[in-house]
Design a binder for this molecule. Structure first.
Ligand code: BES
Ligand code: MN
Ligand code: ZN
Length: 497
């Protein structure tokens, strides 16, 4: 889908040649007068006065061939106070009536709102999200008819940054959705590695893929234990984005890449087990973030690590009670083979240290407990580093992809004690999302580390089952913020001294 940014006066809006025009109308739109009076402003005022265009976020009025406008389909949509969140919500709601195959070129009119980067981004991501169509394994689904979106604002130059970032975000979210949506047999560890290799052809990105031999040489005993029950060979994917001098410490992103989670010998119940194809949502968000980096080219270095395998029951599979040695040297009693995410992540976290990173963020569909704790609204955020936690929280708010900080008190690690190894891989049922984070923390040493549990935010269940592309927007905003900060490091250092 192609976006174009255009400065549009009220008069020009009326003449925009598009298949459909989506006009975002704030509740408190001042009455147009004199020269500013156009066919569109008259239509809005008339509809509002007669009560056909109610106020309130997402309230729509659909018009066909209204007099004086070039576009055949015109949809007026209320955006309440015009906040970015309201804009996003409204665009998503409005797009449901703009899915006709005739709507190939859409005008997204934001010029009745104040020009703002956040507004433009909210409108673009909402528009892309709502028009996405999954077709990879469903040829009967009609591909997204929408090809072009003209974003009309007051002054294009005022929102050029937001527009560019919006394009990067859309590219990243769409790649993440696409890979997370693909079924387990069409998104194997090897196929994820291929997708990463393809990203490696983009400017400033390099990809390296390791297989069972290399991972064995690295002594990643926990990761290998999860993979050993599957006929699909594991892959350890290393992506690098170099947008800053090589001397700059990178941010490392670690994405859980379980391409299917049966639970292993501690097998899951059959109901909804299909959804465990989304268990590589963390990995997909790393791939998506790299796609966005390729588009945006910020001055920062980023490393992406993806441990990827299936979790299967088999004669070769790891058994409850088995003890394995992680890359860190710490031994783990695998009490529950369904707590496999932490086993592949712990070795990747140990590996992350070699990049001497400024921060490490892992992203994982880690626990059902996090779904219970936070639902689909916010991802779980765990970090002992206040500055890092703050930066991620702020990024989440700005990106409309929010998270919520959870505790990491040492008492939560009590249940991980084992009589037969340095630790067990599960604690009791209580605070399951926190004890999982405490397990990971044992592998982070002195690193500035944060963990995002996206079990409830990476995909939707039910009739609208599908990947969301979260938390790509959060991650991209965070990385862009880090790139900004890196531009003025001396200032901060001096202020501290
Ligand atoms: N991939 C699951 C987590 C999950 C479950 C995500 C449901 C979304 C919905 C993870 O590997 C898992 O199975 N976790 C277990 C941990 C338990 C055995 C301690 C869980 O949450 O039940
Ligand atoms: Mn599991
Ligand atoms: Zn899992």
């Amino acid at each position: 889908m192609d976006f174009e940014l255009k400065s549009l006066s009220p008069e020009q809006s009326v003449d925009l040649a598009v298949d459909a025009l989506l006009v975002l109308v704030p509740d408190n739109l001042p009455k147009a007068q004199g020269k500013a009076l156009t066919a569109l402003s008259e239509l809005i005022e008339d509809a509002a006065q007669r009560g056909d265009l109610e106020t309130g976020v997402g309230k729509c009025l659909s018009c066909y061939r209204p007099a004086g406008l070039k576009a055949a389909r015109v949809l007026l949509a209320r955006v309440g106070d015009g906040s970015p969140a309201a804009v996003r919500k409204t665009v998503v709601a409005a797009m449901s009536s703009l899915k006709a195959p005739q709507v190939r070129k859409l005008g997204l009119l934001l010029n009745l709102l104040a020009d703002s980067d956040a507004t433009v981004q909210a409108a673009m991501t909402g528009c892309a999200d709502a028009s996405y169509v999954y077709t990879h394994s469903k040829p009967s689904a009609k591909a997204r008819p929408l090809h072009k979106v003209v974003v009309g604002v007051g002054k294009a130059e005022a929102v050029r940054t937001g527009f560019q970032q919006g394009k990067g975000l859309v590219a990243g979210v769409e790649l993440a959705k696409e890979w997370a949506n693909r079924p387990g047999n069409m998104a194997t560890p090897s196929l994820l590695a291929e997708a990463a290799r393809k990203l490696g052809r983009l400017p400033n990105i390099k990809t390296e893929v390791m297989g069972p031999k290399e991972v064995a040489a690295l002594k990643m005993g926990a990761f290998m234990a999860v993979a050993q029950g599957s006929a699909e060979p594991l892959r350890f994917i290393v992506l690098r984005y170099n947008g800053a001098p090589r001397t700059e410490a990178p941010v490392v992103l670690v994405g859980k890449g379980i391409t299917f989670d049966t639970g292993g010998i501690s097998i899951k119940p059959a109901a909804e087990m299909d959804e465990m194809k989304f268990d590589m949502g963390g990995a997909a968000s790393v791939l998506g973030t790299f796609a966005a980096l390729a588009e945006l080219q910020p001055t920062i270095n980023v490393v992406g690590l993806i441990p990827s395998c299936e979790n299967m029951p088999d004669g070769m599979a790891v058994k409850p009670g088995d003890v394995v040695t992680s890359m860190s040297g710490q031994t783990i009693e695998i009490l529950n083979t369904d707590a496999e995410g932490r086993l592949i992540l712990c070795d990747a976290l140990t590996y992350a240290a070699r990049f001497k990173p400024r921060a490490v963020v892992d992203i994982a569909t880690l626990t059902g407990a996090c779904v219970i704790a936070l639902g689909a609204v916010r991802s779980g955020l765990f970090s002992a580093d206040d500055a890092l936690a703050q930066a991620l929280q702020t990024a989440g708010e700005a990106a409309l992809d929010p998270c919520w900080r959870m505790p990491l008190d040492d008492e939560y690690a009590e249940g991980l004690k084992s009589n037969f190894a340095d630790m067990g891989n599960v604690a009791g049922r209580a605070a399951g999302a926190v004890t999982a984070a405490k397990f990971l923390q044992k592998f982070t040493g002195e690193l500035a580390w944060a963990h995002l549990d996206i079990a409830s935010t990476a995909w939707k269940s039910g009739a609208a089952k599908g990947a969301t592309g979260r938390p790509v927007p959060l991650l991209v905003h965070y990385l862009l913020g880090q790139a900004e900060q890196a531009k003025a490091p001396k200032k901060t250092a001096r202020r501290k001294a």
